[in-house]
Design a protein around this ligand. Structure first.
Ligand code: ASP
Length: 305
């Protein structure tokens, strides 16, 4: 993925808001409106929860579930495929009051991995479940496997065929999803979900399920969700680094921009992220051509790509 000049924006979002992303990448011009509309639908659904006095944690789960259910995005239904043409999902979720967190990685066969991650957060025994153990945990918690047939789209198959025809290159799928929110009580939360990369090795895990890399929330700082070059995001602990900048007083947009610049400058890695700080200011930044996003909250709605 080629780097473009870093683009960022942000403002104050009122007492409560939810901000979602539909992944860093390069969405063709004719499909951009679809991606923005998908983000807006998800943000709207989640903002309803916040408007009714609901919790940021519920809002980010609802938003990410909506994006997982939308086959346009690389998460849940429509997620990209690994080298064996199977789906392996990564997802995580975190809340900022007690720093509870849950994640699943290399999880096959479930439509809403973020909901399984939420179940891990609620149970509180372990933070991260992998592969067969994650599936076993999901079933024990009452989740019904959807199976690959229900989750794999024609577009995902075509992307794998193209990647394998091109010498088996592992290519960046784009369209990972994530959400951050702050509720009227000042609680923050974040969640991220993805199929990862097209033609990835079986068992490859990216940044999205890793607390501190793909997802982080702390009411004393803010919340962030990342997308892009997952290996780099892990090595730089980007989501946590954004939070630390906000804890030190940076606005969400400044923190987002600084970390996207650091990934590019230090490792030549491209990507994007969304953030909300403890004051309720939101920020987005990307070094890719596109990153669809939408915000909905007390002061209204705004979206872009
Ligand atoms: N960060 C994701 C991963 O590496 C991919 C993406 O955001 O598109 O799994």
């Amino acid at each position: 993925m080629t780097a473009t000049p870093i683009h960022s924006s942000g403002a104050h979002a009122g007492r409560y808001c939810v901000l979602v992303h539909g992944g860093a990448g390069n969405v063709p011009v004719e499909r951009r409106a679809l991606h923005t509309a998908g983000c807006l639908r998800a943000a709207r659904a989640a903002a309803g929860i916040l408007a009714a006095g609901g919790a940021a944690l519920d809002a980010v789960e609802i938003a990410v579930r909506a994006l997982e259910d939308d086959p346009l995005f690389n998460a849940g239904t429509g997620a990209c495929l690994n080298e064996e043409a199977r789906v392996e999902h990564d997802a995580s979720i975190m809340e900022g009051r007690d720093l509870r967190a849950g994640g699943v990685c290399a999880l096959a066969g479930f439509a809403n991995p973020v909901a399984v991650a939420r179940a891990a957060l609620e149970e509180g025994r372990h933070v991260l479940y992998a592969a067969h153990g994650a599936a076993r945990f999901a079933i024990a918690r009452g989740f019904v496997p959807a199976g690959d047939a229900a989750l794999i789209t024609e577009a995902a198959r075509a992307a794998l065929t193209a990647a394998q025809a091109g010498g088996g290159a592992i290519s960046w799928a784009g369209s990972t999803v994530g959400a951050v929110a702050r509720d009227a009580e000042g609680r923050c939360a974040a969640a991220t979900s993805t199929g990862g990369m097209v033609n990835k090795r079986v068992g490859r895990v990216g940044d999205s399920p890793i607390i501190g890399a793909g997802t982080y929330a702390d009411d004393e700082a803010g919340a962030s969700s990342t997308t892009g070059n997952g290996e780099a995001m892990i090595r730089l602990s980007v989501a946590r680094a954004v939070a630390e900048r906000m804890r030190a007083g940076a606005r969400a947009e400044e923190a987002a921009r600084a970390e996207i610049a650091r990934a590019l400058g230090r490792l030549g890695a491209t990507g994007g992220l969304i953030a909300i700080d403890r004051e309720g200011r939101w920020g987005i930044a990307r070094s890719t051509v596109t990153m669809s996003w939408a915000l909905a909250g007390e002061l209204g709605e705004v979206s872009g790509i």
